[in-house]
Design a protein around this ligand. Structure first.
Ligand code: PEP
Length: 252
C-alpha cells in the first residue's frame, strides 16, 4: 500500500507573515496522526519561517525549485544545500510553469533531479501534456519523454523514492479537472513505464500524484483510482479549510 501524499504548491503567493499564518492555521485544523504525507511548498522567502513553524509537527517542507549546483557564481539561484539547511525534504522539479516561463527543459530537469537525490531531497517531478498535445493524441508520448528524461541515469534505489506529479497543463489553475478515469489512464501508463524502466516492484512503490484544479469536491473521486496516490495542489492549498479537506478526502 502506498501512503497518500498531498503537497501544497503556494507558487508566488504569501509574504513571510502570511505564510506563517497559513501554516499555523493548517496545523490547528490538521489532526496529528493523519495517515498521509503532507508537504507545504511556500516561496523561498518564506521557507525559513515556515520551517520554524513546522518544528515538532509531522508536516514536511518542500521548495518549489532549486538549482543543480551546490554553490558559486549563479546570481539569483538557490542551492540544494540551502534547502537542506532549512529542513526541506522535498523539492518540486519541472513544474509546467517553469517549463513555460523560465525555459526549463528535460535536460535541466534531469540535472535537478540528479542533484536532488545527491542532497537527499525527494524530487516531486512534474510531467504532463498541453491541450494541443492532448488534442493531437500525443499525451502518452509527451509523458513518456518527460518521465524518461527526468529519470535518466537515476538508479533504482533512488527511483523508489521519487514522487511523480501528473499535471495536465490544461487543468492547472483553469478549474478544469481531468476526470478520474482520464487521470488514472495516464497514471497507469506511467506505472507501466516505470516497470519497464526499472522493475514491477519499483513501479508499485513509486507514488504518483495528480495535479490540476484539485478541490475538496473532486479529491476523493481521484484518490479512489488505483494508481492515484495523492495530489499536488495549487490554488486550493492557499485556503486552509480547502487544503485540509483535500487531505482528509485523500485518506480512504
Ligand atoms: C499546480 O500548480 O501544481 C496546480 C496543480 O495548480 P492548481 O491546483 O491551481 O490547478
Amino acid at each position: 500500500m502506498r501512503k497518500p501524499i498531498v503537497a501544497g504548491n503556494w507558487k508566488m503567493n504569501k509574504t513571510e507573515d502570511e505564510a506563517v499564518q497559513l501554516t499555523e492555521d493548517i496545523k490547528v485544523m490538521l489532526k496529528e496522526g493523519i495517515n498521509a504525507d503532507v508537504i507545504l511548498c511556500p516561496p523561498f522567502t518564506a521557507l525559513s519561517a515556515v520551517s520554524h513553524s513546522l518544528r515538532n509537527t509531522r508536516i514536511e517542507l518542500g521548495a518549489q525549485n532549486m538549482y543543480w549546483e551546490e554553490k558559486g557564481a549563479y546570481t539569483g539561484e538557490i542551492s540544494p544545500q540551502f534547502l537542506v539547511n532549512l529542513n526541506c525534504n522535498y523539492v518540486i522539479i519541472g513544474h509546467s510553469e517553469r517549463r513555460k516561463y523560465f525555459g526549463e527543459t528535460n535536460e535541466t530537469i534531469n540535472k535537478k533531479v540528479r542533484t536532488a537525490f545527491k542532497f537527499n531531497l525527494i524530487p516531486i517531478v512534474c510531467v504532463g501534456e498541453t491541450i494541443e498535445e492532448r488534442e493531437k493524441g500525443v499525451t502518452e508520448k509527451v509523458v513518456e519523454t518527460h518521465v524518461k528524461m527526468a529519470l535518466k541515469d537515476i538508479d533504482e534505489k533512488s527511483c523508489r523514492r521519487v514522487v511523480i506529479a501528473y499535471e495536465p497543463v490544461w487543468a492547472i489553475g483553469t478549474g478544469k479537472t481531468a476526470t478520474p478515469q482520464l487521470a488514472e489512464d495516464v497514471h497507469r501508463f506511467i506505472r507501466t513505464l516505470l516497470s519497464e524502466l526499472y522493475s514491477k516492484d519499483t513501479a508499485e512503490v513509486v507514488r504518483i500524484q495528480y495535479g490540476g484544479s484539485v478541490k475538496p469536491e473532486n479529491a476523493r473521486d481521484l484518490m479512489e483510482m488505483d494508481d492515484i496516490d495523492g495530489s499536488l495542489v495549487g490554488g486550493a492549498s492557499l485556503d486552509t479549510s480547502s487544503f485540509v479537506k483535500i487531505i482528509q478526502e485523500s485518506i480512504l
